[in-house]
Design a protein around this ligand. Structure first.
Ligand code: ZN
Length: 243
């Protein structure tokens, strides 16, 4: 059966802590350790829902110590281009379409901001899932080795970066016989019935949900040009279906 890891996007010091806490409780009950995407210098006001947490850095470090994974989720989470890049699920981006040098500076600044919090990571989570070849090159330059994105049933490598795939269609992933993927969660927009839905999901598929570490540790296969082409068009199709 296909294994499923969890990633939670949009972690900031002023996020909706109550909702995050409610989801964390559920994860803990089912012993699931997720990947969380931390925005180093958030400027996206739609994500600010609380006063800043005072012990934020310690909170992050405690989670990391406890086996959670942390990804750098962009730099400031502001969409400055209308590009979808190489995985066009959305046609807007913080990175795709910008010059290499500008992307490099953002990634460097993000890394520094995380380091000020005492956090280091080699996983990148692109806001809106949008990145391009310049992003990959700049990521490599900044010491990032992994991206949480792309479609596939196991980690794959492309242009020197390991892609840790996300789910294409949840119902199909739950029924698949083998492989591994990631369900993407945004706690801030979840209602109570969504929380209950996750509890039921974890209960019903107890053996399928795994720690993010399992996905991260799995050896990557090389992605062919054909595989890349398929992924691109599947993203285009998914975008059309959703919009
Ligand atoms: Zn985000």
């Amino acid at each position: 059966m296909r294994k499923i890891a969890i990633r939670i996007d949009d972690v900031t010091d002023d996020m909706d802590w109550e909702k995050f806490g409610r989801f964390e409780e559920i994860l803990n009950r089912y012993h699931i350790k997720p990947l969380i995407g931390v925005i180093p210098k958030n400027q996206d006001e739609t994500l600010c829902r609380n006063t800043k947490k005072e012990d934020y850095a310690d909170w992050l470090k405690d989670r990391q110590k406890n086996g959670w994974f942390i990804a750098m989720h962009g730099y400031d989470h502001r969409y400055v281009t209308k590009k979808g890049g190489m995985f066009p699920l959305n046609h807007f981006s913080e990175f795709a379409g910008l010059e290499y040098e500008e992307q490099l500076q953002k990634l460097k600044a993000g890394k520094e901001a995380l380091s000020d919090l005492g956090i280091s990571t080699d996983i990148f989570m692109a806001p809106a899932h949008s990145y391009d070849y310049n992003t990959l090159k700049a990521l490599g330059q900044c010491g990032f080795t992994h991206i949480t994105d792309g479609f596939g049933s196991r980690p794959y490598s492309f242009r020197g970066i390991v892609f840790l795939p996300i789910a294409k269609r949840r119902s199909a992933e739950l029924k698949a016989e083998s492989g591994i993927t990631t369900f993407v969660v945004h706690t801030a927009t979840m209602r109570e019935e969504d929380m209950i839905g996750y509890e039921q999901l974890f209960q019903e598929h107890k053996d399928q949900f795994v720690d993010y570490n399992m996905l991260y540790q799995m050896p990557a296969v090389k992605r062919s040009v054909w595989g890349r082409w398929m992924e691109y068009w599947m993203a285009v199709l998914k975008h059309r279906l959703l919009s």
